[in-house]
Design a protein around this ligand. Structure first.
Ligand code: 5GP
Length: 198
């Protein structure tokens, strides 16, 4: 997705060889027009899957998920990272180790909003080691719902998450795949595996 790659090239900040900061359009400030295009692209890639629900994790997965839900005409559920006084009954939970924060959170979703009749598209902002996505997969399986696939805005192809999920037979669609952040430079893997360097 060229618009996304351009935005990463222009505004992404390489914090280390493994962490990319995109606070100006995804993780803090949000670019609504980019989210509209992301929503269109995910809905195109998963168009024929019979999706009934999108599941993401707070907070940065919510914007791309809502715009995808708008395109597909389905509701969006986000897993909570913190215990909520109002989210108490019939919780589906999974343990997720955060790559960026270095802490483990119990994420939770009410079984009122994901159940055995659902075909679920999982969406997240980044894919690194796959822990967040695996936690969401776990929750969908506990709900006995079907998984349509996983939509990722930015996959870091040099970390293991993509391989783990694809090896499970899951369809993972990433809109930008970063192949390296070494020396402060963002390189992308393209469809034919060539690299475009910033
Ligand atoms: P994983 O669970 O796949 O190891 O990591 C994915 C989660 O960690 C995402 O939900 C995202 O919030 C965060 N994350 C992982 N790598 C990065 C990164 O390079 N930049 C940012 N901004 N977030 C990241």
């Amino acid at each position: 997705m060229d618009m996304l790659k351009d935005k990463i090239k222009e505004e992404g900040i390489v914090l280390s060889d493994s962490v990319l900061k995109v606070d100006s359009f995804l993780n803090h400030q949000v670019d609504p027009q980019l989210m509209v295009e992301i929503g269109k692209e995910f809905s195109k890639r998963f168009a024929d899957k019979g999706i009934t629900k999108i599941l993401t994790i707070e907070s940065s997965g919510i914007a791309p998920s809502v715009l995808t839900g708008l395109q597909l005409g389905v509701p969006v559920v986000f897993a909570r990272k913190r215990k909520s006084l109002t989210l108490t009954n019939d919780l589906l939970t999974a343990s997720v180790h955060s790559f960026t924060k270095g802490e483990t959170n119990e994420i939770s979703v009410s079984n009122k909003y994901v159940n055995e009749n659902d075909v679920v598209l999982i969406i997240d902002d980044f894919l690194a080691n796959g822990q967040a996505a695996l936690g969401l997969v776990d929750i969908v399986q506990q709900a006995q719902a079907k998984i349509a696939g996983i939509g990722i805005v930015i996959e870091k192809g040099f970390q293991e998450g993509g391989k783990i999920l694809r090896d499970k037979g899951l369809q993972v669609e990433s809109l930008a795949i970063v192949s390296s952040l070494e020396n402060g430079i963002v390189s992308f893997a393209t469809d034919n595996n060539e690299e475009v360097v910033k």
